[in-house]
Design a protein around this ligand. Sequence first.
Ligand SMILES: [Zn+2]
Ligand SMILES: [Zn+2]
Length: 233
Amino acid sequence: MVFGKVYDALGWLGRQCLPLRCLVCSNPGKDGLDLCAACHAELPWNDHACPLCALPLPSGEPVGACGACLREPPRQVGAAATFLYAPPIDRLVLRFKFHQDLAAGRLLAQLMLQAVPAFATDPLLPMPLHGRRLRERGYDQARELARPLARELGLPLWSGLCRSRATVAQSTLDADARRQNLRGAFAVQATPPPRLTLVDDVMTTGATLDAAVRALRRSGLQEATLWVCARAP
Ligand SMILES: [Zn+2]
Ligand SMILES: [Zn+2]
């Protein structure tokens, strides 16, 4: 994708020419990141979570499947969310997603690489945006996150899944309407590899990711794992 190449080149040039600057507080960045040491120390890592759905577990509770996953095991075999959807990650995600702030996206990907889940050895599948949303926004945030992850980890990107129609924002709907909204939302255009890791920016109920996994499983995918930047409980 030409845009991606131009962005990579501009990002590379920018990194050579501009001093690192904390995207949260504007102090000098550190360790190759646009983030200062103080803000890095305050990040809301999600490192005590259900290994199946990435929901944070109460502190003191041993790491294991959460109650919801025990009652109804999810379709994916593993899930990791690098962060809780909390300050300053929530603001960085919003800037990246809705305000064309690709530097925020680059930082989020770099931070995801500081806590790579053990299962991340399979091809990565960025959650696709519908074509209309992509045209409106100009870039696809899941792909912008997944590209540097794939490059750094030496994993292929797989892109055989697409949105067959635009869906209403899930956050505006109740549970039944969400399921209805997602019916037929994805189309699988190529035979998937046996295992895939789906990559997205934020996981809330997980219904959209689940709908994607369901479509992929129908087309022959054996195992799916999820790797997202932030988990909104
Ligand atoms: Zn800072
Ligand atoms: Zn769970």
